[in-house]
Write a protein of this length. Sequence first.
Length: 132
Amino acid sequence: LNTNDNQVIVNTLKFADRQKMLTQKMLKEKFLVYTKENAKRNNVKLRGSIILFRNGLNGLMNGDDKRGIAKVTSKPIQQKLKEMQMLYKESEELYIKHNVNFDEIKGLAVLDRKLLDLSIEVVTMIKNTLVY
């Protein structure tokens, strides 16, 4: 990130912050599908959340002109994004699996907590690059 361009950083920060929200949203939607609470509707919402999460993470890692996301070039932030990507890939199979059992939901909750913590770290790190 170019620390002289706060507007670019602020936009990128919005996407990073959205990643944080999406981790929680995906778990909630998967849990609602698991409990058969409006399963069809929540499954559609979950698929949308997964796409948004994947696109946002890819945009942060590689940049995305269409969405106005600058590629994060800070090596420490890139490392955290790579960790997020690895955790997401580990959990993606369970998110897209049609029928999960209770142990898989618990495992997903553990992975989601780690993903959320990493998201919070990334947001904090990006905030710290703002020039006041």
